[in-house]
Each structure stands twice: as C-alpha cells, then as structure tokens.
Design a protein. Structure first.
Length: 247
C-alpha cells in the first residue's frame, strides 16, 4: 500500500547524504574566509584604513551568513553528514575566535573578554562531542541570541572610525554578548550533565521514548500499547510518519 504521507525533504535519511553537497560547501567556504578576513583586518591595522576595514567587515558578514545557510539547508534537504557535524562548529569557533583575537591584538578589545568567550565556546564544543553518543542537545533560544549578539558586537568593532558608533555603544553590545555567552554556557553544561545521567538508549525496547500508538500518536510515557504499536528510537506510526527520539 502506498504511503499516504510520503516523507518531506527534512526526513531524508542523513546516511544517504553525500559528502559533497551545498551545505558542506558553505561550511568549507566559511573556513576559507577566516584567513581572508584576518588578512583584511591586519592590513587595516588600527582603525585608520576605511577600505581594508570595510573589506574585513564584508568578509566577516559573508562568513556569518554561510553559518545560517548551511544549517538551514542541511536540515531541510537531509544533507546532515558526519563531516558537517564536525566541521560546522569548528568553522564557527574559528571565525569568532579569529575576529576576537585580531581585535585584541590590535588593542581594540580587552584580552579578558576574548579569553572568557573563547573558553566558553571551546568548552561547549568539546562537551558537545563528548555527549554526542547519548543524544543531541538542541540549540536553545539563548544560544541563538548569543550568536546574534556576538556577530553584532564584532561587526560594530570592525566598522571604520568614520562609521563607528560611540565606544559606549560598542561596549554595551559586547558586554551583553559576553553575559549571554557565559549564561548559555552554564545552561549547556547543566543540560549535558542531565543527559549523561539518563540510561543509555536501547534499540528495539518496548519502553523507549518515541514509541507510537496504532493511530500514530505518541504515548506520554513512551510505552507501546497492545494494539500493535511500534516502539523504536525512530519508529514509524500507522500513518507512515516518523517519530524521532531527540534529547
């Protein structure tokens, strides 16, 4: 019998996604833009060269845009790959780290700000890889706000003097980015600890979260009903739709 609900583009099996795809291509572009951005910023030196400064800002802006696009494309088109899972966070941290370190080297940003942000970013990335076997910790609203504030703050610091806002404005935005960065880092650690304390998932168990009843609806405690419902980490309900066990 034909499936009345054929899978959409976001239900493509990630195992069928090839290594060479548009999402991974954007991630590689972001990595390649990091040294280009650094060269432009170093050439600008202390904010005196408007042309080089704007070039550095443009490179940073394009690289940041690829960060948004590659994630959207990977999820919507089923292009999630092991390479992308590893390269994407590395590219993100490389871009942010290069910007903060360069600004500190130019004497425009206090070293302790850069150190705190980088410590949080590197620590969270290491923690993500450490718990990935137990599940994926979904990005929170705070995490998205953190990214936006970091990008906004760095862009303000990259502006040439003729276009730059008052120093107080830049300091306030960077301060907000720092606070949200640290708070979300603590939240991530708490969620990771909770995840590691959960029992390891067992495929095929009748008590797995994500089991579905015969009519395709999920039971509250994840247990399968006697009406022939399936129970798997990614089980298929009677109506053919997929349910996924997500941390």
């Amino acid at each position: 019998m034909a499936d009345p609900h054929p899978p959409g583009p976001d239900t493509v099996d990630p195992r069928n996604a090839g290594l060479v795809n548009v999402a991974n291509g954007l991630t590689v572009v972001r990595l390649l833009l990091v040294p280009v951005f650094v060269v432009f910023l170093v050439e600008a030196g202390h904010p005196a060269s408007t042309g080089w400064r704007l070039a550095a800002l443009a490179a940073f802006g394009v690289a940041s845009l690829t960060d948004f696009l590659d994630g959207q494309l990977a999820r919507s088109r089923g292009l999630v790959t092991d390479f992308g899972k590893i390269a994407d966070p590395i590219a993100d941290k490389a871009l942010t780290g290069a910007a903060l370190i360069s600004l500190t080297a130019l004497g425009e940003l206090p070293g302790w700000v850069t150190a705190l942000i980088l410590a949080r970013e590197i620590g969270v990335t290491a923690l993500r890889f450490a718990v990935i076997r137990r599940g994926v910790i979904a990005a929170s609203a705070g995490g998205k706000l953190k990214t936006l504030l970091q990008i906004a703050a760095i862009c303000l610091y990259l502006l040439p003097p003729s276009l730059s806002p008052p120093a107080l404005v830049k300091e306030i935005v960077m301060g907000a980015a720092l606070v949200v960065t640290l708070v979300t880092g603590v939240d991530y650690v708490v969620r990771a600890v909770r995840l590691t304390r959960q029992p390891a998932r067992q495929h095929g168990s009748a008590n797995q979260a994500g089991s579905v009843t015969q009519d395709g609806s999920a039971t509250q405690d994840g247990s399968a009903t006697q009406a022939g419902s399936a129970s798997q980490d990614s089980g298929t309900g009677h109506d053919g739709r997929q349910t996924h066990d997500r941390a």
